[in-house]
Design a protein around this ligand. Structure first.
Ligand code: UDX
Length: 436
């Protein structure tokens, strides 16, 4: 199939490379020349395991190219919309400027029979509106909504081998045609019996936002239990293990700690709530406000236990921050709880020295004022306290002997990822969120 992918950010770049890997002829379009230059040279503009190799092989095969000129998509059969839907400035709602602009720019270049496929996460009701826009094109074209569930760090794996495929299609013949086209695109995944749900636009849009709302709720649930555990002397990690054995609950996404961040969960639950309000159904999604609040309170608590461990005040104290990315195996610091805590401690007068295996450069772009170093040992040198805020393997594996360079013997575990007994046995003050 001849495919275009409009928007070459996280979602689009990975999708374009994976579609080429599956044998399709792909053109990726983005307005950002530097992104296009990087992708053309097979450089992934962000850290994602497996993506550079995929870009290199797809570029070499001649099946994948990138451009800033939307007119070059005119011979594609299918156009994926993969542009961002960030949170609006000063509001909770999603900003649909890029989605609207992408579809509008595409209209004059659609060939007869083309299918436009939405991948971006959008408020429910967007696809129906965009379908009208597509119907206004000079040729006969239609729209499908096919949400993407990829996780950063597993983006290539999740795109090539999704755990389900969801097609939101119009009723009747147009829907059957869209389904047949999508089946052809995803032939490899379907041959492995990947579940496929064919539905209407609204359900397809809601599958994506409700999945993210559920995941966020699960994390905030266990973090609320951490608050209770802290007050009562219980251990939230044992609690999670014990309730997780009930397979109606399940242990995954019950890791208590600093909470969720990243480019999806925070903005998606806020946009969902805002959409609920617009629909006059604010009460149905009001709980997401609590989910958000619980999540943000974990950061306050981390700052609080740091203060407590350092005698009530962090002013003038040297603090090593290990981990800045919103989760391990990523260089993404969008809405990162770790970077936020580092900045708050700095604002309270601490000297913060931070490190991360991949996210120093992305953090520096947001906060050039923070001190960055390359390794945990450098960060810990002379530190009064060491904070582990993102659970990278290299931090989980640290031994007390590795951090002998620290001035103090205080280690604070923001992700419940360290062996508490190991650190205590070596004479360190160990504290974490939700464990005695
Ligand atoms: C998420 C969804 O998982 C994915 O399906 C969707 O397409 C995009 O949003 P991602 O943002 O890549 O993916 O990260 P994810 O692995 O879901 O983690 C989100 C956040 O939750 C991270 O900050 C992580 O540290 C935190 N988290 C996750 C917890 O605090 N506890 C857990 O048990 C799991």
């Amino acid at each position: 199939m001849k495919i275009s992918v409009i928007g070459c950010g996280y979602l689009g770049a990975v999708h374009a490379a994976c579609m080429a890997e599956l044998g399709h002829e792909v053109i990726g379009v983005d307005v950002d020349q530097s992104k296009i230059d990087a992708l053309t040279a097979a450089h992934a503009p962000f850290f994602e395991p497996g993506l550079p190799e995929l870009l290199a092989s797809a570029n070499a095969s001649g099946r994948l190219r990138f451009t800033t000129d939307i007119a070059e998509v005119s011979d594609a059969d299918v156009h994926f919309i993969a542009v961002g839907t960030p949170q609006k400035k000063g509001e909770y709602a999603a900003d649909l400027t890029y989605v609207n602009a992408a579809v509008t720019a595409l209209l004059p270049h659609l060939r007869d029979g083309a299918l436009v496929v939405g991948k971006s996460t959008v408020p429910v009701g967007t696809a129906a509106r965009l379908a009208e826009l597509v119907a206004s094109a000079p040729v006969s074209a239609s729209l499908a909504w096919n949400p993407e569930f990829l996780r950063e760090g597993f983006a290539v794996k999740d795109t090539l081998g999704p755990d389900r495929l969801v097609y939101g299609v119009p009723a009747g013949e147009a829907g059957e045609r869209a389904t047949a086209i999508l089946d052809e695109i995803y032939e490899v995944a379907l041959s492995r019996e990947t579940p496929r749900i064919i539905t209407d636009y609204a359900t397809a849009e809601l599958v994506k936002v409700s999945a993210n709302a559920f995941l966020a709720t699960k994390i905030s649930f266990i973090n609320a239990m951490a608050e209770i555990a802290e007050a009562t002397g219980a251990d939230v990690t044992q609690l999670a293990d014990a309730i997780g054995h009930d397979n109606r609950i399940g242990r995954r996404f019950l890791n208590s700690g600093l909470g969720f961040g990243g480019g999806c969960l925070p903005k998606d639950i806020r946009a969902f709530r805002a959409r609920g309000e617009e629909l006059g159904l604010g009460a149905s999604l009001a709980f997401l406000g609590e989910v958000d609040a619980i999540n943000l309170r974990r950061r306050d608590r981390m700052v609080e236990i740091t203060r407590e461990a350092l005698g009530g005040d962090v002013r003038g104290k040297r603090i090593a921050v290990l981990g800045l990315a919103f989760k391990p195996d990523s260089d993404d610091v969008r809405d990162s709880p770790s970077l936020d805590v580092a900045m708050r401690l700095r604002a309270e007068g601490a000297t913060v020295v931070a490190t991360d295996p991949e996210a120093v450069e992305t953090s520096r772009r947001q906060h050039p004022e923070l001190d960055y170093v390359a390794t945990a040992q450098e960060a810990a040198t002379g530190a009064d306290a060491v904070l582990v805020l993102t659970e990278w393997k290299q931090f989980r594996d640290l031994m007390p002997a590795d951090l002998e360079v620290a001035a103090g013997r205080v280690i604070l575990d923001g992700r419940n990822c360290l062996d508490r007994d190991r650190w205590r046995a070596a004479g360190w003050l160990y504290r974490s969120l939700g464990r005695p």
